[in-house]
Structures are given as structure tokens and as C-alpha cells.
Design a protein around this ligand. Sequence first.
Ligand code: ADP
Length: 456
Amino acid sequence: TVLQQDAVVFETPAVTSPPHQPTSPSPSPPPPLFNEDKIVVSVEVSLKPASTARIDDVRSAVERMLEKRSMSYADGPITVPLDDSFLVENVQRICICDTDVWVENRDILLFWQVKPVVQVFQLSEEGPCEELSNDGQLASFNEWILPAKEFDGMWESLIYESGLKQRLLRYAASALLFTEKGVNPFLVSWNRIILLHGPPGTGKTSLCKALAQKLSIRFSSRYPQCQLIEVNAHSLFSKWFSESGKLVAKLFSKIQEMVEEENNLVFVLIDEVESLAAARKAALSGSEPSDSIRVVNALLTQMDKLKSSPNVIILTTSNITAAIDIAFVDRADIKAYVGPPTLQARYEILRSCLSELLRTGILSNSQIQDGDNLCLPSFTSLKQQNNTTIIPEAVALLTLSNQLLEAAKACEGLSGRSLRKLPFLTHAALANPFGCEPGKFLHKMIETATRERSEI
Ligand code: ADP
């Protein structure tokens, strides 16, 4: 299968000078160097669902393919070469990932600067396995085998500024590395608890799931099996508090079983942890049975027990920063605030939406499309283009990008979740939704955004 390139990876002519005498200037500031003076870059290789090829064979084939190509490395898919029948038969997608984790302020990495690390995986199509609570109504937790099909592409779809994703990835990678290397926790201490807090709809839960997926791929050679357990803290406090205690016990005995298998990497996602604080407070004020305090305490004790297991990472989220249980805050190593999207993030989110509508033919415009690809510039390159003289053919594109920028400005205050819904609402509001042209669509989108904001 030849996959359409989404992000452009440029083929560069073979460099004739030796690698230590670069023909182009090296990125500035000098990047951190790893692995014999090279920067480690992840190349994720997703196998086709029906493939039965050995992971090692595929890895070697991709490594050989990369050696043959003198390309530059930027995030995005690379084409599976048609003449490599083994790869064509087995590989769904090859993607260069997260070059920005290690290298800041860089434009492009050239092949001789890079040590590609190939990670081969097959997505689990099993779907979530739900555990129902005793009243049969509320699912108390969900379990996924990672990497899961449901979370494919989620990491890339989440757009934040100021290196939030990179920070989380580096943190989790360091935590797992310390564990793997057997660093003594009495001498150097680190927890494996992450807390993301901020307003609803800013992508916290999705980010936790995407991070777990990413790490399951990144650490697959050390941990061949990986699971994610998702617990909704709120659902633990069912109206039957005596049941809640049992639920917590059942949940953690299951998790304990999983972590005892040392080849298992286990992620526990506890959503809406603010409900723990609320339950404790309500119990103190006498409006709730004191059973709820016992449930909160049981949960915290169980979490502390889990801490001694090296192969578990606990991910937590809260929508109300002020109300998180202090006992919880103390336990988290990384507490990251996830805020509403900035102008740049809003532009990029809407750009990805527009790109999807053009890919699927809901919108169409030959001037700005190259096959399935949308040529609208990114936020950063738009800023540069607005400051330079451009060729007349690019005017249509620039006009549209500036309109997209206007739409992004009109969306100030909307959450990431509302932004991702906006194109759908816009389409539903169009008088003539067939064969819509992007300019008109964006005009309507600004109107829709203004209406949505007035309803917040
Ligand atoms: P939260 O847990 O903060 O309430 P969710 O993880 O439920 O948020 O987010 C819902 C959806 O909103 C996500 O799946 C995603 O599609 C979208 N979203 C939210 N924030 C962003 C963002 N920064 N970038 C891209 N999409 C986002």
C-alpha cells in the first residue's frame, strides 16, 4: 500500500561531503546529541491487521529501507516503497514521530544527524472490555489492550503549545528508564503518577490515553504486553457506598494481578479525581455517609501500594483545579495545567478539521488541494508568508489561510472539544451544504463560532 503523505518528508540529494562536514548549516541551538553523536528519532511502523510477519523481520526491513534513503526527518508518514513486496504486504503505515521531543527550535533533521529507532507494532482491535458495577448500570472501569485501534492517531490530533506533550513523554520515558535500570528508589525517588488538570474539554482524558498508547509502542521491546484500565472516579461513588468499597477492592486486586506479570506495562487512568475531594468534604460536613471517606482512603492506600510496582503508571485528571484532594496532589509527580487552546492551537485544530473535510469531499477546492492533501500553511509558516511577497498563484491559498486565522480568532474561549464539533455545526447550518467551497464554509464557521461563544 502506498500511503499518502500528510506531512511532507523531503527527499534530499545524497550528501557528498562526509557526515561531520555538513553542507547545510546545523540546527541552532545545537541539539542534544544521543547515541554516538546522533539524535534518536522514533519511526513507528504499524502492521496490517492480518499480518503475521515477525516483528524483528519487519524492523530489519524498515531499517534497510531507511539506510537506502538519504532523506530528511520531519514528523509525518513516509511512503512504503512499492518495490519492497515484504513491506507492502505487511505494513500499514510508517511514520516519523515526535522529532520535537528531543530537538527544539529546529526545522529539519538530515539523515546523517539521525539514528532512527524503528518500533513495530500491531494495533489491538479487541475494543474495550467493560466491567459493570453491581447495580448493572454504570461501567466502573474499562480495560484496553494497548496499542489499541481506538487510540490510533489520537496523540497527533491533540494540539498544545509550550511542549506539554513532549514534557509528558520525556517524563514517562525517564520514569520507565529509571525503573528498567534498577535505580534505587530510596536514593533517587520518583513516582509514576501524573495529574492533568484544567477546564473540561481541553483534551486531558484523551491526552492520558494517547500517552499510554505512545508509551506502549515506545517500550514494546521491554514490555511486550500493555493494558490501560480506565476508572471514572465519579462512578466509584455509586449511591451504594458499601458497594463502592467493594468496587475499589475488586478493581485494585485486578490491577495487582496484572502488574505481577513483569512483562506487562499497566496504565491506570483515574478520571475526574475531584470527585474524591468532593466525597471527603461531603462526608465531613455530614451530608454523605462516612463510608465515602473510607472509599477515598482505600483508593489512596491502594495507589500507594501500587507505587512499589515498577511497571505501572497512574494517570489522573481533574476538571476543577481548586478542588483536587490535597492527598492526591501530593502524590503526583507531574502536575500539568491543560488550558483552553491558544490562537496557534485553535488555528491548527481548525486546519486539521478543514483538511479532513477536503479529504472526504465534503468541501472541495482544486486551487488549494493537491490530491488528498491540503496545502494550507501551518500557523508558523502563515506568519512568515504574511511578511513576504508571494507569487500570485499562492494568493488564493493565503487568503483562505488568513480567513482560517480569523475563524481561529473568533473561537477564543472555546474548548478543544467545542472546536472539533464546530465544523459539523457549521455544515448543519449551511443553506446549501452540497459542494461547499472552503471560503464560504469558513465565513459560516465564524458566524457559528460567535453564536457558540454567546451560549457559553
Ligand atoms: P477533558 O478530559 O479535558 O474533558 P477530552 O479528553 O474529553 O477532554 O477531550 C474531548 C475531545 O476534544 C478530544 O477527544 C479532542 O477531540 C478534542 N480536544 C480537546 N482539546 C484538544 C486540543 N488541545 N487539541 C485537539 N483536540 C482537542
